[in-house]
Design a protein around this ligand. Sequence first.
Ligand code: IMP
Ligand code: MG
Length: 192
Amino acid sequence: MWSRSEEPPPGGPDAQRVRRVVYDEGRIRDRVEALGRDITAYYGPREGGNHPPPGLLVLGLLKGSFIFLADLVRKIELPLQVDFVVVSSYGAGIESSGRVDLLYDSATSVVGRNVLLVEDIVDSGTTLSRLVPLLESRKPASLEICALLHKRIVALEKEPRWVGFEAPEEFLVGYGLDHAEDFRHLPFIGSL
Ligand code: IMP
Ligand code: MG
């Protein structure tokens, strides 16, 4: 909670329900800009090469990635397209069947595309370990992951090539991340 002597964080009443600001707006902006530069360099035309690479498809995992993705794509200076997937989330204790239930599947074909999957936060890694094999089975030219936050709880078979921040093992909200659907609109990332 915020004492009256402190400047309250931006975001209205919900912002004051946050225990502490972990990454403020400025820090997020700088990091997203750097990620955009790195991604642009990675997918951009190779020196000496004159063949344009197959188009980049930025695939956002909803809902958590919506703000991050919106900011990130504006920092990638390459031709790209955007689509989304929605994956069903299971509560703790539900046995992984190895398959993933897509509540919404990308309408765009990934065959032969350079796919960049954008995730808000990697926690147990369950979401990615289910989604990655499914996307790979669709034969993209390449598949890479950009995660805004990574808690490094488990090692994944395929780790994100780009990570915004090494996250503390706390429950984080804001900048797209929710708790029971609240807090997504906060312009900073805080800990509950
Ligand atoms: P995983 O499948 O356990 O890696 O969890 C990934 C998903 O869980 C994320 O896309 C988030 O929606 C949610 N999640 C995990 N940790 C947090 C957190 O600290 N705050 C908000 N959502 C989280
Ligand atoms: Mg969530």
